[in-house]
Design a protein around this ligand. Sequence first.
Ligand SMILES: Cc1cc2nc3c(=O)[nH]c(=O)nc-3n(C[C@H](O)[C@H](O)[C@H](O)COP(=O)(O)O)c2cc1C
Length: 277
Amino acid sequence: MTAYSDLIARRFGDGGPVGAGVEDNDTIRRVLARKTVRRYSDGMPSEDLLGVLVAAALSASAKSDFQQASILRLREPGKRAAIGRLFPSMPWIGAAPVFFVFLGDARRLQRIGELRGKPLRNGTLEGFFNASVDAALAMQTMILCAESVGLGVCPISVIRNEVEKVAAILALPDLVFPVAGLCLGYPAADGHVSLRLPRRVTTHHDCYDDGGLAFGVDDYDRRRDAIHAIPADQQRANDEFGTADFYGWSEDKARQAAKAEGAAFPPYLRAHGFSFD
Ligand SMILES: Cc1cc2nc3c(=O)[nH]c(=O)nc-3n(C[C@H](O)[C@H](O)[C@H](O)COP(=O)(O)O)c2cc1C
C-alpha cells in the first residue's frame, strides 16, 4: 500500500507501479483523481477567483517565452447563447456558468515584429504549433488549478468544427484561432474517473516499441467495459459499421476517428494568415 495505490489502480488498473516509497502529495493525488465535469450547479465562482485562475493559466510555461496563448472570457449572454446553439448535442457549452476560450495567438508576435521592424513571419507551421501548445498548456494549467479549488471543468474543442461562425462571434483576427473552449462551474454531479490505457501501451523505455498494442488494447477494452460499459444505444455509426456484440473503447474510438472531424479548420486557418510553410 502506498499513498497513491488506490488512485493509480482506479486510473489505470494495469498492475503497474504505484509509487512505492514516494511521499504523499496533495497535488499529485488530485491530478490522479481528476475528472471532467459537464454538469454544474447555478453557483457562480467569484470574479476574484476567476481572475486568479486566469493569472495561474498565464503562468504556464511558454515556448521560447514567446507567450502565444490568449484567453477570452465570453460573458455576453447573446454571444454565449449563439455559440451554445451551434452545438445542441453538448448543452453544457451554453449552460456552464463560465465559458473561456483558449486561443492560439500567432498575431501578437507578428505584430511585435512589425513594431520592432523585423522580418518576422509567424504563419508558419512552427508559429501555429507553438501557439497551439502554449494555449493548451495554459488551458491545462487552469484546469488543474480550478479543480484544486473544487470547480469542475470541461474543455471544448468541438468549437473548431464551426470555426468560421465561432471566430465571427468572437471577432477573431487573422493568426488568432481557438484551440478549445473551457466550461467551468461548481459540479452538480460526481462524474467518474476515466480509466486510461495501460501504461505498457503509452510509455516506452529507451526506444519506441508498440509490439504489445493489440493485446494491451483488448485487455483495456474488457476492463473498461466492466467498469463503465458503453450502452448499446450509444454505438456510433451503426448504419455504416453495424451493431457490435462487444462495443469497447477501441471500437468506439475507431468509429469516431473514421468520421474525420474538423474539416473546416485547415481552410479557415489558410484563409486567415497561416501558410504552414
Ligand atoms: C483538447 C480537449 C478537447 C475536448 N473537447 C471536448 C468537447 O468538445 N466536448 C466535451 O464534452 N468534452 C471534451 N473534452 C473532454 C474529454 O472528452 C475528456 O477529457 C476525456 O473523455 C477524458 O475524460 P477525463 O478528462 O474525465 O479523464 C476535451 C478534452 C480535451 C483535452
